[in-house]
Each structure stands twice: as structure tokens, then as C-alpha cells.
Design a protein around this ligand. Structure first.
Ligand SMILES: *Cc1c(COP(=O)(O)O)cnc(C)c1O
Length: 378
């Protein structure tokens, strides 16, 4: 390593493993000379962005010489109307990960501890490690956050608890009852990050604890425009919390973040309820087809309330083989090695055509796959 980097960069950054994203569509097309590619790897909206949001963003291009509204009044107003909250309780960032970064910067010092689970969102692990924080991780139980074990693991050193509900990459969620149980065990001086990136997909389940119905001074809820709202490409997310927390976070936020186009797109997307409805309907239909397909093929898919399904191959080799052979046929799924679940893969829900592409590709590779790997026994 370069001498300068070696001496000036803290060891916790030198040791950081960067986030690895799903393979970009163009890269795969180029590598394999493929025309038809279905990207089912990053839980994005397969219907595209809202046409209304696109129009708003397009019009905004002519304002690009100006900095955007620093307080993002319009978007905060729209969110505060929608969720019946004060604007002082809202923070915006470059993706919900941008806000996680602000939280890490504001609350954490090297060697302070965070409590979370194994096999949850890697983006958060990276942001926590990037400020030198230590992660204390409890295993999942039945693919879910184990609230009992988490409650037991809270000690004086824990500053922050991170929960993804629903969880990525498993798609499971903790119920109202489980959330209440955990909160009963969290001291007031510990901050809970409640990451609800897939809230829109889960909200109709009566046992899902929609955090808008709770008022805890030590909880920050994070949501995003990257998934159901179809704006992953502009990076914009939002958070709700007590105004004192929001005020502190705002100090470390990059000024004018999120950018103009992101603010305009998010406003447009929030207004376009028909697009959100189409998105959720498509997801429901294609989810059930995909779940049935995986069940029929004896993959025991993990029950999920999101726009993705995790299933077990049984080994790291089987996951890689499936992943690579699907890539050859133009289907991008996600092997979960970096989530420390190498014996699992995850497929995002796409359009009907994309799912047909996935089913056909699976039918093509399964005879050989079955001979080589069979099925895990549980
Ligand atoms: C995709 C995802 C996010 C995304 O965040 P953005 O930064 O808003 O794109 C956050 N949390 C989880 C659990 C996710 O899966």
C-alpha cells in the first residue's frame, strides 16, 4: 500500500471490505453477448420509475445551475402531510444509507458498540465499520431477527441497535408483539435504527408494526425511494425521529443533499399513487408465481413480505453454480456469500416477462443442477 494511505488511513478503514453490488446489465450484456437480460438482483422496481416523477425530474434539468432548496421544503411538506408529522421530525438523505452514514457520524466513535443481527443489510455493517464501531451480532432465528436473544445481548456498551424490518436478505419481519417485546428491553439512552426499506410491501400485513403508529424518542425510522418508489438511480431516502435527533443529524449532513433531481423525483413519486399501486399489484402476483415455482422445485423458499425471495441451495458451490449458469442465460440473481449466507441465493421479483425468463432459465439448468447438488435435507 502507498505509504501515505498506510500511515494516514485508520486500520478500520484499511480493513473495510467494500460493498459489492449486483452485476450491471450492460456489463453482462457485453461479456456474454446477450440481448435479453433480466436483473433480479437488487430489489429494484421492475416497472421503472413513476412517469410523473420522470416528468418532474426532466423539467428540473433546466434548474441544474442552481443549488436546490437546502431545506427541501416541498418534499418535507409532502411527507409531513402524508404521515401527519411535523417537518422538524423529518430528515432527507442520499438514500437511506446516506442517513445511516449521518447517524454513524453523529453518534458513533471508534470501538463503540452496535447491536444487530447476523445476515442483515450489509450496507449498514459497512457504514458502522467505516467509523470504527464494533458490531455485536446475534444469529437469526427461523430467518428472523431474534428479539429475545437481542434483548439479552443489550449491555452498557451498546449505543445503537439496528433492525431491518422487513429484513434483507431474508424478507421476514418481526411482528408488533416482537417489536414491543424488544422495545420493552431497550434502555432510553440507546438509539434504535428501524430500517423500513420494504415498508410499502409489508404494510398490509396486520401483524406488521408500522413504526408511524409508535412514538419513541429513541427510535429513528428510515425509509427509501429506492425500492417500491422506483428511484434507486437518484439515491434518496428519508427518516423520521424526535426533532432533537433530527437537529443533530442535520448538522453533519452534506449541505443541499439530496440533490435537486432527487428531491423533484421523490415529490413526483409520492404524488403518483397509481404507480405505487401498480407496483404493489405486480409484486403480489409475480411473488406468488415465483414462490410457487420455487416450492414446486423443492427449494423451500423463505416466506417473505417483500419484493424478493431467499432460498436455500445447500452449499456455497451450489449457489455459485446456479448464479453463474443463470448469468449465462441472462438472468442476474444474488448469491448471498457477502451476507454470510453462502448456502442461499436471493431473487428479486420482476415483471411477468422477467419472471418467465427466470423460470425458463431455471428449467434449463435444473436437470444438471439436480444431478450435481440435489437438495439440502432441511
Ligand atoms: C435497499 C435497502 C436500503 C436502501 O437504501 P437506499 O440507500 O435508500 O437506496 C436500505 N436498507 C435495506 C434493508 C435495503 O435492502
Amino acid at each position: 500500500m502507498n505509504k501515505l494511505a498506510e500511515t494516514l488511513v485508520p486500520s478500520y478503514i484499511q480493513n473495510l471490505r467494500p460493498y459489492s453490488a449486483g452485476k450491471p446489465i450492460e456489463e453482462l450484456a457485453r461479456e456474454k453477448g446477450l440481448k435479453k437480460i433480466s436483473k433480479l438482483a437488487s430489489n429494484e422496481n421492475p416497472l421503472g420509475p413513476s412517469p410523473f416523477a420522470v416528468r418532474e425530474m426532466t423539467n428540473g434539468l433546466w434548474e441544474l445551475n442552481r443549488y436546490p432548496d437546502m431545506h427541501a421544503y416541498k418534499l418535507k411538506k409532502a411527507l409531513s402531510d402524508l404521515y401527519k408529522l411535523k417537518m422538524e421530525n423529518i430528515i432527507l438523505g442520499s438514500g437511506s444509507e446516506g442517513i445511516m452514514g449521518m447517524i454513524a457520524k453523529t453518534f458513533l466513535r471508534p470501538d463503540q458498540e452496535i447491536l444487530t443481527s447476523e445476515n442483515t443489510f450489509i450496507g449498514f455493517y459497512i457504514l458502522a465499520r467505516a467509523v470504527g464501531a464494533k458490531l455485536k451480532m446475534v444469529p437469526l432465528k427461523n430467518y428472523k431477527f431474534d428479539v429475545k436473544k437481542m434483548a439479552e445481548a443489550i449491555d452498557d456498551k451498546i449505543k445503537i441497535i439496528y433492525l431491518a424490518n422487513p429484513n434483507n436478505p431474508t424478507g421476514t419481519f418481526i411482528t408488533k408483539e416482537e417489536f414491543d417485546y424488544l422495545m420493552d428491553h431497550v434502555p432510553d439512552h440507546v438509539l434504535v435504527i428501524l430500517d423500513e426499506a420494504y415498508f410499502e410491501f409489508a404494510q398490509d400485513d396486520p401483524t406488521y408494526p408500522d413504526s408511524m403508529n409508535y412514538r419513541y424518542d429513541n427510535v429513528i425510522t428510515l425509509r427509501t425511494f429506492s425500492k417500491a418508489y422506483g428511484l434507486a438511480g437518484v439515491r434518496i431516502g428519508y427518516g423520521f425521529a424526535h426533532e432533537d435527533l433530527i437537529e443533530q443529524l442535520t448538522k453533519v449532513k452534506l449541505p443541499f443533499e439530496p440533490n435537486l433531481i432527487a428531491q423533484l423525483g421523490a415529490c413526483g413519486a409520492l404524488m403518483d399513487t397509481p404507480h405505487l399501486k401498480r407496483t404493489l399489484e405486480n409484486n403480489k402476483k409475480q411473488f406468488s408465481r415465483t414462490f410457487d415455482f420455487l416450492q414446486k422445485k423443492d427449494f423451500n423458499p423463505v416466506p417473505s413480505v417483500t419484493n424478493f425471495i431467499c432460498f436455500k441451495t445447500g452449499s456455497s458451490e451450489a449457489s455459485d453454480w446456479m448464479n453463474n449458469h443463470l448469468l449465462d442465460l441472462g438472468v442476474i440473481i444474488r448469491a448471498l456469500k457477502s451476507n454470510e449466507m453462502p448456502e442461499y441465493v436471493r431473487v428479486s421479483i420482476g415483471t411477468p416477462n422477467e419472471m418467465n425468463h427466470f423460470f425458463e432459465a431455471m428449467e434449463k439448468i435444473l436437470p444438471e443442477y439436480n444431478k450435481k447438488f440435489g437438495r439440502p435435507t432441511c
